[in-house]
Design a protein around this ligand. Sequence first.
Ligand code: CDT
Length: 303
Amino acid sequence: MSRVVRVAAAQLGPIARESQRPAVVARLVAMMREAHADGADVVVFPELALTTFFPRWYFEHTNDIDAFFETTMPSADTQPLFDTAKELGIAFYLGYAELSDGHHYNTSILVAADGQIIGKYRKVHVPGHEDHEPWRKFQHLERRYFEAGDRFDVWNAFGGTVGMALCNDRRWPETYRVLALQGCELAFIGYNTPIHYAPDPSQDALAGFHNHLVMQAGAYQNGMWVVGVAKGGVEEGVDSLAQSAIIAPSGEIVAQCVTTEDEVIVADCDLDRGAHYTKTLFDFDRYRRPEAYGLITERKGAP
Ligand code: CDT
């Protein structure tokens, strides 16, 4: 039986601070329709896809940021996404800010083609800083506004095994490996990556290289498809990386966005291609040496 999943990556251009949810959702719905017209089975949206990237601003009280969060999913504003998915028969991945019982998370969901949520993921690697750092041109206060999630899960979908991660997670090899150890064949990763990195601006020119480097390595070393989807372009004066990409288990990029705006790309992802790697060079059962890797979970860093 064929296990080819036609995946659409729906990159977003900037979302202005004053943009309201209905206008943003209308953009997402338009891209969902375009993805469906391209024959996609699933459309992948970015991290925090419903609002501007609000962690760039300092708010003293967490209540001040609650307007950027979703307290229910779906809500009246996001219902059109679920309705359109069901109407078209297309699944989707969506990143958003989740406020649940007073807890704030950077979250993604996987929604099946019948409009039912089949998986939820809360970002594990929360980057940036906790306190106002006025010396920066802009803030990256994710660590002030989000609690960290504590697990990577996989779900059965599209005849295969699907995992989710968010943005900074893609830089950490543990993300892909923990997903791969659960049989992940297709990983969806939304991102918002400001090109300027204040703690070390020498990395700015390498932002695009590092983005693809980590996702291509994660795909190859774990024999899985990786779909990285940006919210890019200049948003509220901050330039963010675009270059959304669909990456094969070989590590090769098979489709890539060429703009910094709303843009849909598609690729046929044959889930059986992962086995070329997971049954040969990266046959985990045969070649991995967990007994030699104890420090991975015993230590956070070098002493
Ligand atoms: N959203 C997100 O996780 N962005 C980070 C920016 C670098 S840390 C300030 C990233 O890893 O792309």
